[in-house]
Write a new protein. Structure first.
Length: 423
Protein backbone atom coordinates (compact mmCIF):
# COMPACT_ATOMS: atom_id res chain seq x y z
CA UNK A 1 0.00 0.00 0.00
CA UNK A 2 1.32 3.41 -0.90
CA UNK A 3 1.97 5.54 2.16
CA UNK A 4 0.31 8.93 2.29
CA UNK A 5 2.37 12.10 2.09
CA UNK A 6 2.36 13.05 5.75
CA UNK A 7 2.63 9.56 7.30
CA UNK A 8 5.27 9.32 9.99
CA UNK A 9 7.79 6.49 9.77
CA UNK A 10 10.74 6.39 12.18
CA UNK A 11 12.16 3.11 10.95
CA UNK A 12 15.78 3.71 11.89
CA UNK A 13 14.87 5.10 15.29
CA UNK A 14 12.33 2.39 16.02
CA UNK A 15 14.10 -0.67 14.58
CA UNK A 16 15.47 -1.91 17.94
CA UNK A 17 12.05 -1.42 19.52
CA UNK A 18 10.29 -3.23 16.66
CA UNK A 19 12.72 -6.14 16.88
CA UNK A 20 12.13 -6.42 20.62
CA UNK A 21 8.38 -6.43 20.03
CA UNK A 22 8.73 -9.25 17.48
CA UNK A 23 10.88 -11.21 19.93
CA UNK A 24 8.37 -10.65 22.71
CA UNK A 25 5.52 -11.88 20.53
CA UNK A 26 7.48 -15.04 19.75
CA UNK A 27 7.91 -15.94 23.42
CA UNK A 28 5.75 -18.77 24.67
CA UNK A 29 3.35 -17.42 27.28
CA UNK A 30 0.88 -20.30 27.13
CA UNK A 31 1.67 -21.07 30.76
CA UNK A 32 0.01 -17.80 31.80
CA UNK A 33 -3.67 -16.95 32.17
CA UNK A 34 -5.10 -13.50 31.56
CA UNK A 35 -7.37 -12.75 34.51
CA UNK A 36 -8.30 -9.06 34.24
CA UNK A 37 -7.85 -6.05 31.95
CA UNK A 38 -8.31 -2.36 32.68
CA UNK A 39 -8.10 -0.16 29.58
CA UNK A 40 -7.77 3.60 29.59
CA UNK A 41 -8.75 5.02 26.22
CA UNK A 42 -8.35 8.51 24.87
CA UNK A 43 -11.61 9.51 23.15
CA UNK A 44 -11.87 8.96 19.42
CA UNK A 45 -11.63 11.37 16.50
CA UNK A 46 -13.47 14.63 17.22
CA UNK A 47 -14.18 17.86 15.40
CA UNK A 48 -11.75 20.70 16.23
CA UNK A 49 -12.59 23.92 18.06
CA UNK A 50 -11.55 26.06 15.07
CA UNK A 51 -14.48 28.12 13.74
CA UNK A 52 -14.58 31.62 12.22
CA UNK A 53 -16.02 32.99 15.48
CA UNK A 54 -13.55 31.19 17.76
CA UNK A 55 -10.29 32.62 19.08
CA UNK A 56 -8.52 30.67 16.34
CA UNK A 57 -10.63 32.53 13.79
CA UNK A 58 -8.75 35.68 14.79
CA UNK A 59 -5.38 34.04 14.14
CA UNK A 60 -5.73 33.76 10.38
CA UNK A 61 -7.54 35.55 7.54
CA UNK A 62 -8.22 32.13 6.04
CA UNK A 63 -11.58 30.49 6.52
CA UNK A 64 -11.41 27.48 8.80
CA UNK A 65 -13.15 24.45 7.25
CA UNK A 66 -16.66 23.77 8.48
CA UNK A 67 -17.30 20.29 9.83
CA UNK A 68 -20.62 18.45 9.80
CA UNK A 69 -20.04 17.69 13.50
CA UNK A 70 -20.26 20.16 16.36
CA UNK A 71 -16.89 21.39 17.70
CA UNK A 72 -15.33 18.87 20.14
CA UNK A 73 -17.96 16.19 19.33
CA UNK A 74 -16.97 12.71 18.12
CA UNK A 75 -17.21 12.53 14.32
CA UNK A 76 -18.89 9.76 12.35
CA UNK A 77 -15.47 8.56 11.22
CA UNK A 78 -14.37 8.59 14.86
CA UNK A 79 -17.32 6.36 15.69
CA UNK A 80 -16.50 3.88 12.93
CA UNK A 81 -12.88 3.72 14.04
CA UNK A 82 -14.01 2.89 17.58
CA UNK A 83 -16.29 0.14 16.26
CA UNK A 84 -13.29 -1.33 14.45
CA UNK A 85 -11.14 -1.09 17.56
CA UNK A 86 -13.87 -2.64 19.70
CA UNK A 87 -14.22 -5.57 17.31
CA UNK A 88 -10.48 -6.20 17.39
CA UNK A 89 -10.29 -6.02 21.19
CA UNK A 90 -13.15 -8.50 21.51
CA UNK A 91 -11.15 -10.89 19.33
CA UNK A 92 -8.09 -10.25 21.52
CA UNK A 93 -10.04 -10.93 24.71
CA UNK A 94 -11.48 -14.15 23.27
CA UNK A 95 -8.07 -15.28 21.98
CA UNK A 96 -6.67 -14.76 25.49
CA UNK A 97 -9.68 -16.62 26.96
CA UNK A 98 -10.86 -13.79 29.18
CA UNK A 99 -14.21 -13.84 27.32
CA UNK A 100 -15.99 -16.39 25.16
CA UNK A 101 -17.10 -15.78 21.58
CA UNK A 102 -20.42 -17.59 21.65
CA UNK A 103 -22.40 -15.47 24.08
CA UNK A 104 -22.82 -11.94 25.36
CA UNK A 105 -20.65 -11.21 28.42
CA UNK A 106 -22.14 -12.24 31.73
CA UNK A 107 -23.54 -9.50 33.94
CA UNK A 108 -20.68 -7.87 35.81
CA UNK A 109 -17.94 -9.07 33.46
CA UNK A 110 -17.75 -5.78 31.52
CA UNK A 111 -17.74 -2.21 32.83
CA UNK A 112 -17.51 0.80 30.50
CA UNK A 113 -17.10 4.15 32.26
CA UNK A 114 -16.63 7.47 30.43
CA UNK A 115 -16.12 11.09 31.30
CA UNK A 116 -19.41 12.96 30.97
CA UNK A 117 -18.67 14.72 27.67
CA UNK A 118 -20.23 13.85 24.32
CA UNK A 119 -16.97 12.70 22.72
CA UNK A 120 -16.05 10.38 25.59
CA UNK A 121 -19.52 8.91 26.06
CA UNK A 122 -19.93 8.39 22.30
CA UNK A 123 -16.49 6.75 22.13
CA UNK A 124 -17.62 4.25 24.76
CA UNK A 125 -20.90 3.63 22.95
CA UNK A 126 -19.29 2.98 19.57
CA UNK A 127 -16.63 0.82 21.21
CA UNK A 128 -19.36 -1.23 22.89
CA UNK A 129 -21.15 -1.75 19.57
CA UNK A 130 -17.94 -3.03 17.99
CA UNK A 131 -16.83 -5.18 20.92
CA UNK A 132 -20.20 -6.57 22.03
CA UNK A 133 -22.66 -6.24 19.11
CA UNK A 134 -26.23 -7.07 20.03
CA UNK A 135 -25.40 -7.21 23.73
CA UNK A 136 -26.72 -4.98 26.49
CA UNK A 137 -23.48 -3.39 27.68
CA UNK A 138 -24.24 0.13 28.93
CA UNK A 139 -21.81 3.04 29.02
CA UNK A 140 -21.75 4.59 32.48
CA UNK A 141 -21.21 8.31 32.99
CA UNK A 142 -21.80 9.84 36.37
CA UNK A 143 -22.29 13.55 35.74
CA UNK A 144 -24.63 15.64 33.63
CA UNK A 145 -23.66 15.60 29.94
CA UNK A 146 -21.09 18.31 29.33
CA UNK A 147 -19.74 18.20 32.89
CA UNK A 148 -16.29 16.93 33.79
CA UNK A 149 -16.20 13.87 36.05
CA UNK A 150 -13.68 14.17 38.91
CA UNK A 151 -12.01 10.87 37.92
CA UNK A 152 -11.13 12.29 34.50
CA UNK A 153 -10.81 16.00 35.30
CA UNK A 154 -7.07 16.92 35.34
CA UNK A 155 -7.69 19.82 37.66
CA UNK A 156 -5.61 21.63 40.26
CA UNK A 157 -7.03 20.97 43.72
CA UNK A 158 -4.39 22.54 45.95
CA UNK A 159 -4.99 26.30 45.93
CA UNK A 160 -2.04 27.22 48.14
CA UNK A 161 0.62 29.61 46.95
CA UNK A 162 3.28 27.09 48.00
CA UNK A 163 1.84 24.50 45.62
CA UNK A 164 1.55 27.06 42.83
CA UNK A 165 5.23 27.92 43.11
CA UNK A 166 6.25 24.25 43.17
CA UNK A 167 4.07 23.56 40.14
CA UNK A 168 5.52 26.46 38.15
CA UNK A 169 9.04 25.37 39.07
CA UNK A 170 8.22 21.83 37.91
CA UNK A 171 6.80 23.07 34.62
CA UNK A 172 9.85 25.26 34.03
CA UNK A 173 12.23 22.40 34.79
CA UNK A 174 10.32 20.12 32.42
CA UNK A 175 10.29 22.76 29.67
CA UNK A 176 14.02 23.53 29.83
CA UNK A 177 16.37 22.78 32.71
CA UNK A 178 18.28 26.04 32.29
CA UNK A 179 15.82 28.66 31.03
CA UNK A 180 12.41 27.13 31.73
CA UNK A 181 9.47 28.01 29.51
CA UNK A 182 11.46 30.84 27.93
CA UNK A 183 14.08 28.32 26.88
CA UNK A 184 11.44 26.05 25.37
CA UNK A 185 9.87 28.96 23.50
CA UNK A 186 13.30 29.77 22.08
CA UNK A 187 13.71 26.17 20.90
CA UNK A 188 10.24 26.26 19.34
CA UNK A 189 10.85 29.59 17.59
CA UNK A 190 11.37 27.91 14.14
CA UNK A 191 8.04 26.08 14.59
CA UNK A 192 6.31 29.32 15.65
CA UNK A 193 7.73 31.15 12.61
CA UNK A 194 6.57 28.33 10.34
CA UNK A 195 3.14 28.43 11.93
CA UNK A 196 2.96 32.18 11.39
CA UNK A 197 3.56 31.70 7.66
CA UNK A 198 1.17 28.76 7.28
CA UNK A 199 -1.75 30.64 8.85
CA UNK A 200 -0.83 33.99 7.19
CA UNK A 201 -0.76 35.59 10.64
CA UNK A 202 0.30 39.00 9.31
CA UNK A 203 -3.16 39.46 7.81
CA UNK A 204 -5.08 38.07 10.78
CA UNK A 205 -7.46 40.08 12.95
CA UNK A 206 -5.06 39.61 15.84
CA UNK A 207 -2.40 41.48 13.92
CA UNK A 208 -4.51 43.95 11.95
CA UNK A 209 -6.80 44.98 14.80
CA UNK A 210 -4.80 44.24 17.96
CA UNK A 211 -1.33 45.05 16.60
CA UNK A 212 -0.01 41.73 17.89
CA UNK A 213 1.85 40.72 14.73
CA UNK A 214 4.63 38.42 15.96
CA UNK A 215 3.16 34.99 16.63
CA UNK A 216 6.12 33.91 18.77
CA UNK A 217 5.92 36.93 21.10
CA UNK A 218 2.39 36.33 22.42
CA UNK A 219 2.53 36.83 26.24
CA UNK A 220 3.35 33.66 28.17
CA UNK A 221 1.72 33.23 31.57
CA UNK A 222 1.13 30.27 33.88
CA UNK A 223 -2.36 29.30 34.99
CA UNK A 224 -2.19 27.29 38.22
CA UNK A 225 -5.55 27.89 39.87
CA UNK A 226 -7.57 25.59 42.11
CA UNK A 227 -10.61 24.23 40.29
CA UNK A 228 -9.07 24.73 36.84
CA UNK A 229 -6.86 22.71 34.50
CA UNK A 230 -3.21 23.79 34.53
CA UNK A 231 -2.19 25.83 31.52
CA UNK A 232 0.24 28.18 29.82
CA UNK A 233 -0.82 31.04 27.57
CA UNK A 234 1.10 32.37 24.60
CA UNK A 235 2.38 30.97 21.33
CA UNK A 236 2.72 27.45 22.71
CA UNK A 237 -0.97 27.32 23.67
CA UNK A 238 -2.24 28.95 20.47
CA UNK A 239 0.07 26.80 18.36
CA UNK A 240 -1.21 23.70 20.14
CA UNK A 241 -4.81 24.48 19.20
CA UNK A 242 -3.90 25.19 15.59
CA UNK A 243 -1.70 22.08 15.23
CA UNK A 244 -4.51 20.04 16.77
CA UNK A 245 -6.92 21.32 14.12
CA UNK A 246 -4.48 20.36 11.36
CA UNK A 247 -3.99 16.84 12.80
CA UNK A 248 -7.75 16.31 13.04
CA UNK A 249 -8.18 17.42 9.42
CA UNK A 250 -5.56 14.85 8.42
CA UNK A 251 -7.21 12.08 10.43
CA UNK A 252 -10.63 12.95 9.06
CA UNK A 253 -9.34 12.26 5.55
CA UNK A 254 -9.32 15.80 4.17
CA UNK A 255 -7.46 16.20 0.85
CA UNK A 256 -3.82 17.02 1.51
CA UNK A 257 -4.04 20.27 -0.45
CA UNK A 258 -6.81 21.46 1.89
CA UNK A 259 -5.09 20.71 5.21
CA UNK A 260 -3.70 23.99 6.57
CA UNK A 261 -4.91 25.58 3.31
CA UNK A 262 -2.20 23.68 1.48
CA UNK A 263 0.54 25.32 3.55
CA UNK A 264 2.17 22.10 4.82
CA UNK A 265 4.54 20.81 2.17
CA UNK A 266 6.25 17.78 3.68
CA UNK A 267 6.55 15.43 6.66
CA UNK A 268 9.28 17.44 8.37
CA UNK A 269 7.17 20.58 8.33
CA UNK A 270 4.14 18.76 9.72
CA UNK A 271 6.23 17.23 12.49
CA UNK A 272 7.68 20.64 13.33
CA UNK A 273 4.18 22.13 13.75
CA UNK A 274 2.96 19.12 15.73
CA UNK A 275 5.96 19.48 18.06
CA UNK A 276 4.30 22.58 19.52
CA UNK A 277 1.35 20.51 20.70
CA UNK A 278 3.52 17.65 21.92
CA UNK A 279 5.66 20.01 23.99
CA UNK A 280 2.63 21.77 25.47
CA UNK A 281 1.08 18.54 26.72
CA UNK A 282 4.40 17.42 28.15
CA UNK A 283 5.33 20.58 30.04
CA UNK A 284 1.81 21.26 31.33
CA UNK A 285 0.46 17.82 32.21
CA UNK A 286 3.61 15.70 32.60
CA UNK A 287 5.56 18.10 34.83
CA UNK A 288 6.00 15.81 37.89
CA UNK A 289 4.46 18.09 40.54
CA UNK A 290 1.46 18.85 38.31
CA UNK A 291 1.06 15.26 37.10
CA UNK A 292 0.91 13.88 40.62
CA UNK A 293 -1.80 16.42 41.47
CA UNK A 294 -4.03 16.06 38.42
CA UNK A 295 -3.71 12.29 37.84
CA UNK A 296 -4.37 11.16 41.41
CA UNK A 297 -8.08 10.40 41.02
CA UNK A 298 -7.62 8.39 37.82
CA UNK A 299 -4.64 6.42 39.14
CA UNK A 300 -6.54 5.77 42.35
CA UNK A 301 -9.46 4.39 40.34
CA UNK A 302 -7.24 2.09 38.26
CA UNK A 303 -5.32 1.03 41.36
CA UNK A 304 -8.51 0.14 43.23
CA UNK A 305 -9.86 -1.81 40.24
CA UNK A 306 -6.74 -3.93 39.91
CA UNK A 307 -5.75 -4.33 43.56
CA UNK A 308 -9.28 -5.05 44.81
CA UNK A 309 -10.08 -7.14 41.75
CA UNK A 310 -12.20 -9.82 43.40
CA UNK A 311 -15.41 -7.79 43.12
CA UNK A 312 -14.50 -5.95 39.88
CA UNK A 313 -15.26 -6.62 36.22
CA UNK A 314 -12.99 -8.83 34.17
CA UNK A 315 -12.77 -6.05 31.59
CA UNK A 316 -13.00 -2.37 32.54
CA UNK A 317 -12.94 0.28 29.79
CA UNK A 318 -12.37 3.91 30.80
CA UNK A 319 -12.67 6.82 28.34
CA UNK A 320 -10.97 10.16 28.92
CA UNK A 321 -8.44 12.49 27.35
CA UNK A 322 -4.83 12.89 26.21
CA UNK A 323 -4.15 15.09 29.24
CA UNK A 324 -5.09 12.09 31.39
CA UNK A 325 -2.59 9.86 29.57
CA UNK A 326 0.24 12.41 29.79
CA UNK A 327 -0.24 13.06 33.50
CA UNK A 328 -0.83 9.40 34.36
CA UNK A 329 2.32 8.27 32.54
CA UNK A 330 4.37 10.90 34.35
CA UNK A 331 2.96 10.08 37.77
CA UNK A 332 3.50 6.35 37.18
CA UNK A 333 7.05 7.02 35.95
CA UNK A 334 6.51 5.29 32.62
CA UNK A 335 9.88 5.05 30.90
CA UNK A 336 10.39 6.99 27.63
CA UNK A 337 8.74 5.28 24.69
CA UNK A 338 8.31 5.72 20.94
CA UNK A 339 5.09 4.99 19.06
CA UNK A 340 5.94 3.89 15.50
CA UNK A 341 3.81 5.20 12.64
CA UNK A 342 2.14 7.96 14.67
CA UNK A 343 2.22 11.75 14.87
CA UNK A 344 1.29 11.85 18.54
CA UNK A 345 2.70 10.37 21.73
CA UNK A 346 -0.84 10.11 23.15
CA UNK A 347 -2.76 9.25 19.95
CA UNK A 348 -6.41 9.94 19.30
CA UNK A 349 -8.31 6.76 20.27
CA UNK A 350 -5.15 5.18 21.76
CA UNK A 351 -5.70 2.61 24.49
CA UNK A 352 -3.48 1.85 27.49
CA UNK A 353 -3.91 -1.75 28.69
CA UNK A 354 -3.24 -2.73 32.30
CA UNK A 355 -3.34 -6.55 32.23
CA UNK A 356 -3.26 -8.90 35.21
CA UNK A 357 -1.79 -12.32 34.38
CA UNK A 358 -1.23 -15.48 36.47
CA UNK A 359 1.56 -18.02 36.15
CA UNK A 360 -0.31 -21.33 36.02
CA UNK A 361 2.58 -23.23 37.61
CA UNK A 362 3.46 -20.99 40.54
CA UNK A 363 0.23 -19.04 40.93
CA UNK A 364 2.25 -15.79 40.95
CA UNK A 365 0.50 -12.77 39.46
CA UNK A 366 1.97 -10.20 37.10
CA UNK A 367 0.97 -6.95 35.44
CA UNK A 368 1.71 -6.02 31.85
CA UNK A 369 1.14 -2.52 30.42
CA UNK A 370 0.68 -2.08 26.67
CA UNK A 371 -0.21 0.84 24.41
CA UNK A 372 -2.47 -0.24 21.56
CA UNK A 373 -3.25 2.46 19.02
CA UNK A 374 -4.11 3.05 15.39
CA UNK A 375 -1.37 4.36 13.11
CA UNK A 376 -1.89 7.61 11.22
CA UNK A 377 -2.59 5.57 8.08
CA UNK A 378 -5.07 3.29 9.82
CA UNK A 379 -6.99 6.36 11.03
CA UNK A 380 -6.76 8.39 7.84
CA UNK A 381 -7.62 5.44 5.59
CA UNK A 382 -10.40 4.20 7.90
CA UNK A 383 -8.81 0.77 8.01
CA UNK A 384 -10.66 -2.09 9.65
CA UNK A 385 -8.61 -3.76 12.35
CA UNK A 386 -8.14 -7.53 12.38
CA UNK A 387 -5.63 -10.23 13.25
CA UNK A 388 -3.94 -9.54 9.91
CA UNK A 389 -4.18 -5.74 10.28
CA UNK A 390 -3.87 -5.23 14.04
CA UNK A 391 -3.45 -1.92 15.82
CA UNK A 392 0.08 -0.84 16.64
CA UNK A 393 1.36 -2.14 19.97
CA UNK A 394 4.15 -1.02 22.31
CA UNK A 395 4.97 -2.57 25.70
CA UNK A 396 5.45 0.05 28.42
CA UNK A 397 7.51 -0.13 31.60
CA UNK A 398 7.27 1.72 34.90
CA UNK A 399 10.63 2.80 36.28
CA UNK A 400 9.72 1.25 39.64
CA UNK A 401 8.26 -1.93 38.14
CA UNK A 402 10.91 -3.66 35.95
CA UNK A 403 9.60 -6.07 33.34
CA UNK A 404 10.82 -9.46 32.11
CA UNK A 405 11.04 -10.73 28.53
CA UNK A 406 7.24 -11.10 28.41
CA UNK A 407 6.68 -7.51 29.56
CA UNK A 408 5.56 -8.78 32.96
CA UNK A 409 6.18 -7.03 36.30
CA UNK A 410 5.37 -8.92 39.53
CA UNK A 411 1.98 -7.84 40.85
CA UNK A 412 3.39 -7.15 44.32
CA UNK A 413 5.97 -4.76 42.83
CA UNK A 414 3.29 -3.08 40.73
CA UNK A 415 1.11 -2.67 43.81
CA UNK A 416 3.93 -0.91 45.65
CA UNK A 417 4.71 1.33 42.68
CA UNK A 418 1.06 2.35 42.35
CA UNK A 419 0.85 3.15 46.05
CA UNK A 420 4.01 5.24 45.84
CA UNK A 421 2.57 7.25 42.92
CA UNK A 422 -0.38 8.23 45.11
CA UNK A 423 1.69 9.47 48.08
Amino acid sequence: MKKSKFSKYRLLVCLPLLLSMVAEAADNITNYTLEQVVVFSRHGLRAPLSTPSSSLGKMTPNLWPQWDTQPSYLTTRGGVLEVYFGHYINEWLVANQLLTAEHCPAAGDIYIYANSLQRTIATGQYFSVGAFPGCNVPVVHKEKMGTMDAVFFPVIRDGSDAFKQRAIASINATADKVNGIDGLNAKLKPAYDDMQKVINYAKSANCQQNQQCDFASQPTEFNIVAGQEPGITGAIRTGTSIADAFILQYYEGSPLNEIAWGGIKNNAQFERLVSIKENYNTVVFAAPVVAKEVAANLIGYIDNTLINHHDKAKFTFLVGHDSNVASMFSALKIKPYVLPNQFETTPIGGKVFFERWKDNTTGQQFVKIEYKYQSTDQIRNLEQLSQTNPPQNVVLEMADCPIDKHGFCPFATFKTAMADSLK
